[in-house]
Design a protein around this ligand. Structure first.
Ligand code: ADP
Ligand code: MG
Length: 698
């Protein structure tokens, strides 16, 4: 009965009808009573405080004024006519202006009567006036309740048809008055009790018509909690399902691992690396598929952890692959892993887009006959022609560059889904990690290898360029190497490339041979030239590497100690942090120098300041989230999951934590939501997320 009411098409609400109904559907996506009920105010105005005309001081705030209409006049030609009403109280006079509905309003308003107006003053030619204020007879206004008044977003088209914010609020009242029963609760009673939440019914009533701030906050918190709770239920359910996916058991640690660990490892693992390896081993031995996200700041030693996991796979007779986002990075992984494995009899292969056909054929063969135990590569390794004998583990480096579809292609390469380890150096803010990536288990390397000196970060303007060059020369004379990075942004690729090339020539002129050698590297170069440039730099045959962000991920040259970032204001925070991670890899003091123009937007200033202030990737990720909002964080774009009505991942961390616990408790008690107190919840989740997530239950 109540549900029938809520599902009623919107045009049947008293005061709407077919025309306005169509408008509501088209303009704000409101189809049913329930949709309207969930169309929440975007702000509230306190109407309990009246203001005098002489007190009006700025344009931004809504005010409420009581006064008398002194005179009125229609001005201008027929189609451009406007109504100008002179309105006054004991402190002054002000104009009220209407461009629309002139005739109707003119007839309604009476000179000499007391009215109450509500609106935002605008400043026009040094004096304030009100355009299209709300206006009511003072005698009628007395009947209105005091308190916070809801403001709803409306479009121009809606306003033209009388669907103003005020009209919506009246419709909302009609809707609530007509409810045949309370709005059904969907949260389980245990959750309501434990977190002192008001009922769904109260929350939806109060969020539209709160009497005071306190009521409003309680209503909003309940609604936020519900939004986050429903998403969390889905995430945790997914996670529990992942844990049920059977996979290969890697029961032992054998010769490959032990030999490497005892003979080859040139340093001891950090405490964090040890802990993470244990977490991974536990997953690999469980018989269920591992789905683990390994986060660790740049240079924290993730690659090594990946390598040890792959050795465990090999010890158990399985192959693994390591997928990197760029060719350069794949090559680098290949080289450093080969070096780490010196003396071990284990087949390691490299497969990228530029692998020659002949080599490729051999690779394919050795994968199928099992000679290759570890395959390193780019996207090339998920092509259908690449078939393994026994693929047991997949490591994906820098996950945000791989789509989910690509990841699932790996499933088809073996009998069971292989274990998955996703590595990322872009720390995901905790709130996002809990909501969006909550279905992956996470391991965090929160400790850098010892003897690393934190990178010093400086922000400089073009005016100190000569000083910069002097400093770079000093560093090179000490035997160090330098990166100079230019932005390369799709929209203006040509201009950027020109900047880069000019930068290269400037550097060549400022740093003449034979004392200095300069390399250049960008994505448009043929692979062979790229390799050569990189090789010369890695071998310290060139001291300066001028490049675009192609060197952003993973490149490891410990002798490079200075990272100069040109037009740093054009980079995002996480990108700047990634770039900075290219230095500070050896024992020497490293520097990151952010070059920018003098004129900076507020956001840009905040980004650069943050970089100067902190080296902590997690702090940087938090600021990034605040500046850009969750929608822009890499990897979250396609996820509609984050379109909340009220919840805000940057502000509601406290609620997110509570929700995480609450959802966990409910699922622990009743994983399939079959108990009677979970029926409404179960029904609602299916409605929201479709049957898929909840179909595997029972
Ligand atoms: P990430 O992939 O997390 O950015 P890498 O795995 O590339 O980091 O490691 C960065 C550098 O630190 C590499 O040169 C690596 O050999 C070295 N390294 C890794 N773990 C340790 C450790 N425990 N002690 C000293 N150096 C380490
Ligand atoms: Mg790395």
């Amino acid at each position: 009965m109540i549900n029938d009411y809520l599902n009623t098409p919107i045009e049947f609400l008293k005061g709407i009808g077919p025309q306005r109904g169509a408008l509501l559907r088209k303009e704000i996506g409101v189809f049913s009573f329930d949709d309207l009920l969930n169309y929440l105010p975007f702000r509230y105005v306190d109407k309990s405080n009246y203001v005098k005309i002489s007190q009006i001081k700025n344009e931004n705030a809504y005010v409420l004024i009581q006064g008398k209409i002194l005179s009125k006049a229609t001005v201008g030609a027929k189609f451009k006519s406007r109504l100008v009403v002179r309105f006054g109280d004991e402190t002054g006079e002000i104009d009220l202006i209407w461009f629309k509905g002139v005739k109707w309003i003119n007839e309604k308003l009476k000179i000499g009567e007391m009215y109450v107006i509500f609106g935002k003053p605008t400043l026009f030619k040094q004096t304030y006036n009100f355009t299209h204020p709300e206006i009511d007879l003072a005698s009628e206004t007395k009947l209105q309740k005091e308190g916070l008044f809801p403001m709803y977003n409306t479009t121009e088209t809606m306003k033209n048809k009388g669907l103003t914010s005020k009209a919506l609020s009246k419709l909302m009242q009609t809707l609530l008055d007509g409810l045949p029963a309370s709005i059904p609760e969907i949260l389980p009673p245990s959750v309501l009790g434990k977190y002192h939440l008001i009922s769904r019914d109260s929350a939806l009533r109060l969020v539209h018509f709160p009497k005071n701030q306190d009521e409003l906050v309680r209503a909003q918190n309940r609604i936020k909690f519900e939004e986050l709770f429903l998403l969390q239920m889905r995430v945790l359910k997914q996670k529990s399902q992942n844990h049920l996916e059977k996979s290969y058991v890697f029961s032992k640690v054998g010769d490959y691992f032990n030999h490497f660990y005892k003979e080859n490892l040139p340093f001891s693992l950090t405490g964090a690396q040890q802990r993470v390896v244990r977490e991974i081993r536990k997953d690999l031995g469980s018989g269920f598929q591992m789905n683990r996200l390994l986060q660790g700041d740049v240079g924290s030693g993730k690659t090594l952890v990946a390598l040890m996991s792959m050795l465990i796979a090999a010890d158990n007779g399985f192959q693994s692959c390591l997928m990197a986002p760029t060719e350069i990075l794949a090559q680098q992984h290949f080289k450093s892993i080969q070096k780490f494995l010196t003396g071990l009899d284990i087949g390691v292969g490299l497969l990228t887009g530029s692998t020659k056909t002949k080599e490729r054929r051999e690779l394919h063969e050795d994968l199928q006959n099992g000679k290759i135990k570890i395959l390193i590569g780019t996207h090339a390794l998920i092509e259908d022609v690449v078939q393994f004998q026994k693929l047991g583990l997949c490591v994906i480096d820098e996950q945000h560059r791989f789509g989910v579809a690509q990841r699932s292609k790996l499933w088809n390469k073996s009998q069971f889904p292989p274990h998955i380890l996703v590595m990322t150096a872009t720390p995901i803010p905790r709130t996002l990690a809990m909501t969006l990536y909550g279905d992956l288990d996470t391991s965090t390397i929160d400790e850098l290898p010892p003897n690393r000196k934190p990178v010093q970060t400086l922000h400089r303007y073009d005016s100190s360029r000569l000083k910069l060059y002097e400093f770079l020369k000093q560093e090179i004379r000490k035997g160090r190497q330098i990166y100079v990075v230019y932005p390369l942004i799709k929209e203006s690729e040509k201009l950027d490339l020109k900047d880069l090339e000019e930068g290269y020539f400037t550097m060549c002129a400022e740093f003449p041979r034979p004392e200095f050698q300069v390399s250049i590297l960008h994505g448009k170069m043929p692979p062979s030239e790229k390799d050569l440039g990189m090789k010369l730099f890695v071998e310290n045959k060139t001291q300066i590497m001028v490049s675009t962000t192609v060197i952003e991920v993973g490149v490891d040259v410990p002798n490079a100690t200075v990272m100069v970032i040109e037009n740093a204001e054009r980079f995002g925070l996480s990108q700047l942090h990634q770039l900075r991670g290219r230095v500070g890899r050896g024992a020497d003091q490293s520097y990151c120098i952010l070059m920018s123009h003098h004129k900076l937007s507020n956001d840009a200033k905040q980004r650069l300041d943050t970089m100067v202030k902190t080296n902590d990737g997690f702090k940087i990720a938090e600021v990034d989230l605040q500046l850009r909002g969750p929608g822009d964080i890499q990897g979250t774009q396609q996820s509609g999951a984050l379109n909340f009505k009220l919840a805000d991942l940057t502000k509601d961390e406290r609620i997110i934590r509570a929700v995480r616990v609450a959802a966990g408790l409910v699922l622990d008690e009743d994983l399939n939501l079959t108990q009677p107190q979970h029926q409404m919840l179960s029904f609602h989740l299916r409605k929201m997320f479709g049957e898929t997530v909840w179909s595997k239950i029972s």
